[in-house]
Design a protein around this ligand. Sequence first.
Ligand code: ADP
Length: 334
Amino acid sequence: DGLVAPTGDPDDKAIEAALRPKNLDDFVGQKRVREQLSLVLEASRLRGRSADHVLLSGPPGLGKTTLSMIIAAEMNAPLRISSGPAIQHAGDLAAILSSLTEGEVLFLDEIHRMSRPAEEMLYMAMEDFRVDIIVGKGAGATAIPLDLPPFTLVGATTRAGLLPGPLRDRFGFTGHLEFYSTDELELVLRRSAMLMDMKVNSAGFAEVAGRSRGTPRIANRLLRRVRDWALVHGVDQIDARTAGAALDMYEVDARGLDRLDRSVLRALVTKFNGGPVGLSTLAIAVGEEPETVETVAEPYLVREGLLGRTPRGRVATRAAWEHLGLEMPENVAA
Ligand code: ADP
């Protein structure tokens, strides 16, 4: 099921890095965030100071990491990358913070998954550029204050609501990334196809874009699978039919749903008669972590009008039953 969820494939990672836009002008879509960010960066350049801390929220693959790289590049500053899950102890964070250089951009992916003590250390670091290093234990413990050079924190999270208020409040700017339109995804794909030296016609781009769930990372990944398919089948010019055939083979359907999405919908419909059912019960039914279901599958299913979130749990809509080719029973209130 690696087409939608991140994969550990080193080849995929290398190509993904090569396809990343390097500046704001090459960054497709997200007009509002781009304009606002450009203003924040310009203002800090004029003041000769490091930029305000930036929080980027939105589903995976929409360009949060890419934007952090662009921020560093536009500020002419080095970039340090880490993530919430990698910072389990306050000491892990202290080690990173104390080695930052002036103006450096620190990108913390999945910042909502940092441990509590690290989070509290981050508050002070963000606000006062200072941390207290605790030496010793119990009654003999002492706090040694350490000044930090000014830096810019770029935090990324799948949902801003997952962050505690005090942390959210310490960001000077919050940008929410939206799913991309099919037209925007076509632009992403055109650029990628050019970099990968692929020949694809307009209908071919439209076919891949339509199955990419509004997500550039998925668009690029699907394009690579189409490239593999075309290579093996000796196809030189890719059109809608060949792109469609390739993606059918990888179980990405015409609406962009992949195996995980369909198994979530199918479980909801067949095991729970369309719901409502709680997230964790649903996740167990498909053998996934609740967070994966919630952040990888659900945003797109909700956006496509296939799944609803209600106070009593998840429900399948009439469109979900139809998409699975099933008749919605009369006694189900969707
Ligand atoms: P996130 O950090 O939000 O999970 P990334 O920044 O890693 O997403 O983006 C995933 C891939 O999608 C990158 O390799 C990049 O090439 C591509 N991408 C993301 N946003 C854009 C964009 N606006 N324009 C062009 N390519 C993009």
